[in-house]
Design a protein around this ligand. Structure first.
Ligand code: ACO
Ligand code: OAA
Length: 372
């Protein structure tokens, strides 16, 4: 047996959703740079689920479906109020809430493509309401119900704060959602596909994916980046802090990638946004520190920043709590997870790799009373 640790380089499926070829990321063949510049998140959701950009009517129909399904059952809100709110991480709350939501979906166990698509709409529509509601409840505030007249991006920021976001915040948040929507067979998407390849249901697949995204080597890195920036505190401290970490063989969060060798094409968009937003909020030091960290890590380790690095200062500038950064990633990646789950069902085969056994062999069973 040849063991490929971490499945590096292993091609486990075919897919028509997104591609990473020669460090270029596309969704259904559209370059991420074009989508980041021009597309709304709703268009991207349509693209990932239908493998074509929507025309005006198709986009309106999807936008309407998302708006009409954004309300969440009162039971979720009541459930949140029972959590030990001062201890629960919002990703744990989201993971639990999505699983809980499935209990109230009458079609949860239905396995036909039409029912699965309807569940996809409901999950995408409700995920931002869930994250915003949890954020408010833990602050002792009542949830703000979703509005049907706002874009997906604006509606989330509105539900979080109770105020309509200004156009700059809406545009920045929309761009972040577009950039995070899908990424081929990343760990959380693979998890979702492994789960539903047993012919388990959509809610199980999404719950599993949220669990995988939560870790700091994957989606959890954006929160970890902000923690690091906060610990560093000033531009003057950057050099010592980063060199100490590297000398101790510790990882610098937001750097490196399993697939990209010459840099993550999403990072430059977030870097530009970070520069603009940190200036606007009067906190340019977050951007300046980030640039300095990038210079050091790139020159000493040859590791460029990934999508999580500059997203941290972007979300901070939008006034978002640091532990909501990864749930925001989940709001966007929900679209990619669902596209992959539907694709997995279309042409399913159980995913079951092998392990090379390296433990002891030919052991003799000793009865309990005779064991030392
Ligand atoms: C949305 C996303 O999921 S993007 C990724 C988000 N995760 C992070 O930012 C966490 C920090 N980065 C990392 O941990 C890694 O780069 C990963 C997990 C993204 C990719 O990991 P892998 O492909 O498995 O690389 P691996 O962890 O084996 O690292 C290879 C070498 O580069 C080093 N390295 C990799 N990333 C970093 C980093 N961020 N800081 C310092 N050194 C690093 C490792 O220490 C290792 O060095 P060694 O060969 O001397 O032991
Ligand atoms: O693809 C990966 O391994 C991680 C990543 O960048 C993502 O999920 O966006």
């Amino acid at each position: 047996m040849t063991v490929t640790r971490g499945l590096e380089g292993v091609v486990a499926t075919t897919s028509t959703i997104s591609s990473i070829i020669d460090d270029t990321l596309t969704y259904v063949g559209y370059n991420i740079d074009d989508l980041a510049e021009h597309a709304t998140f709703e268009e991207v959701v349509y693209l990932l689920w239908h493998r074509k950009l929507p025309n005006k009517e198709e986009l309106e129909a999807l936008t309407k479906q998302l708006a009409e399904n954004a309300d969440i059952p009162q039971q979720i809100i009541d459930h949140f109020k029972m959590y030990p709110l001062d201890k629960v991480h919002p990703m744990a709350a989201l993971r639990t809430a999505i699983s809980f939501l499935g209990l109230y979906d009458e079609e949860a166990e239905a396995m036909n493509p039409e029912a699965n698509y309807r569940k996809a709409i409901r999950l995408q529509a409700k995920v931002s309401t869930i994250v915003a509601a949890f954020s408010r409840i833990r602050k002792g505030l009542e949830p703000v119900p979703p509005r049907k007249d706002l874009s997906f991006a604006a509606n989330f920021l509105y539900m979080l704060t109770g105020k309509e976001p200004d156009p700059i915040a809406e545009e920045a948040f929309n761009k972040a959602l577009v950039l995070h929507a899908d990424h081929e067979l990343n760990a959380s998407t693979f998890t979702a596909r492994v789960c539903v390849a047993t012919l388990s249901d959509v809610y199980s697949g999404i719950t599993a994916a949220i669990g995988a995204l939560k870790g700091p080597l994957h989606g959890g890195a954006n929160e970890a980046v902000m923690k690091m920036l906060t610990e560093i505190g000033t531009l003057q401290n950057v050099e010592t802090y980063i060199h100490n970490k590297l000398n101790n063989k510790e990882k610098i969060m937001g750097f490196g990638h399993r697939v990209y060798r010459h840099g993550d094409p999403r990072a430059k968009h977030l870097k530009k946004m970070s520069e603009k937003l940190t200036k606007l909020t009067g906190e340019p030091h977050w951007y300046d520190m980030s640039v300095k960290i990038e210079e050091i890590v790139t020159s000493t380790k040859g590791l460029p920043p990934n999508v999580d690095f500059y997203s941290a200062s972007v979300y901070h500038s939008l006034g978002i709590d640091h532990d909501l950064f990864t749930p925001i990633f989940a709001i966007s990646r929900m679209s990619g997870w669902l596209a992959h789950i539907l694709e997995q069902y279309e042409n399913n085969r159980l995913i079951r790799p092998r392990a090379e056994y390296t433990g002891p062999m030919r052991q003799v069973y000793v009865p309990l009373e005779e064991r030392a």
